[in-house]
Design a protein. Structure first.
Length: 383
């Protein structure tokens, strides 16, 4: 009895071991098959990326020439002291003030000049009195000359004294005019309408003749002095409109007034002078970039997302009939929004990857999921 039970137990153990071995073998076979399937799936025929494609589409784009330069006053007026050795007693304006022609800017002490003016007036009166006396003597001498009661020499002396008196009167009048002018020069007035851009005048200072006291921007007019590449100068004409950026999203419109007749031999750039419209953000001396508007023209364009910059050149990923991409070099032109002009490198109906080009390499297989805006527009045009 015990022997039979032992035999049965051994047989059961053997069967269980065989079943375990079979199960392990089945698991091993399944893993091998799965690995084979995985290897087949990741083989060379698997697309690298699902992409949308587009083609060139026509778009009207503005033609612009970019330039940069400084904003400067159209013209400046330097206002200085004309009278010498006078003391400033009043300054009425400051930097940034807008002034009118003839407006009083500053005033010098006038007491000394007024005293000199009074003395000149008195000297003129004295000269006129002496002239009247000399003229009366000369008239008597001429009457006596007819009767021969006065010697000819004395007559000539009286006539000469009259002439000398007249000359003294003229000299006195000239001195009076000079003193009157000095008195007027004690008042510093604006020579034109404009904005004060510099103030060097200080109350109490004794300014020598010729010292600059103020500087002003005539008419408040500013201009943009743009440096333009010499190759672009032939496209510019006076009267063309210009857009100048002032920073912080602000811009001002301008009009090309003139082009400099000479080109800088160092930079090979020419100067373009652009009159600016009044704008509170425009300041003399600031640096600005701008664009000259030359009109509009049709252009073959792609989305900017379809282009790729590698090693200093621009490329697109052109999709062939076999769904493989070819890295194609193109030349880029103008930009408008999210579109960019393609100058050469593509045919009209070439399909290119619309976005995600940075994740692709030359020769990669792709799965085309649909057409972009360019293909849709082309399809509509064919209908």
């Amino acid at each position: 009895m015990n022997t039979s039970r032992k035999l049965a137990l051994v047989a059961a153990t053997t069967v269980a071991g065989a079943a375990l071995v079979a199960a392990l073998a089945a698991l091993a076979g399944g893993a091998g098959a799965s690995g084979a399937v995985s290897d087949a799936t990741s083989g060379p025929g698997q697309p690298a990326l699902a992409v949308a494609v587009t083609t060139l589409s026509q778009l009207v784009i503005p033609t612009r020439i970019a330039a940069s330069g400084d904003v400067q006053p159209w013209q400046e007026a330097s206002i200085g002291a004309e009278a010498n050795g006078l003391r400033l007693v009043e300054v009425r304006v400051n930097v940034g003030d807008r002034v009118r022609r003839g407006e009083l800017l500053a005033r010098f002490a006038a007491e000394t000049v007024e005293a000199d003016l009074a003395q000149a007036r008195a000297a003129l009166i004295e000269a006129e009195v002496l002239l009247d006396e000399a003229a009366a003597k000369a008239r008597r001498a001429r009457r006596l000359a007819e009767s021969g009661a006065m010697a000819a020499q004395e007559i000539e002396q009286q006539i000469s004294a009259e002439r000398a008196g007249a000359a003294r009167v003229e000299a006195a009048r000239a001195v009076l005019a000079a003193q009157s002018l000095r008195l007027a020069q004690t008042r510093i007035v604006a020579p034109d309408d404009g904005i004060v851009s510099l103030r060097a005048a200080t109350v109490g200072a004794v300014a020598p003749a010729g010292q600059e006291l103020f500087r002003m921007i005539r008419g408040g007019r500013l201009e943009w002095r743009a440096e333009v590449a010499s190759r672009d100068l032939d496209q510019l004409r006076p009267g063309q409109q210009v857009t100048i950026g002032l920073g912080a999203g602000k811009s001002v419109r301008g009009e090309l007034r003139m082009l400099a007749p000479a080109i800088d031999p160092q930079t090979r750039n020419g100067m373009a002078y652009v009159d600016l419209a009044p704008h509170p953000a425009a300041r003399a001396g600031m640096f600005a970039r701008g664009e000259f508007d030359l009109g509009e023209s049709a252009a073959a364009t792609l989305p900017q997302s379809a282009t790729l910059l590698r090693e200093g050149f621009s490329y697109v990923m052109r999709v062939g009939d076999d769904s493989r991409v070819a890295q194609t070099r193109v030349s880029l032109g103008r930009r408008s929004g999210d579109r960019i002009e393609i100058l050469d490198g593509l045919a009209a109906h070439d399909r290119v990857v619309e976005e995600g080009v940075a994740f692709l390499g030359d020769g990669d297989l792709v799965h085309v999921t649909g057409g972009g805006a360019g293909i849709k527009a082309d399809a509509q045009a064919r209908r």
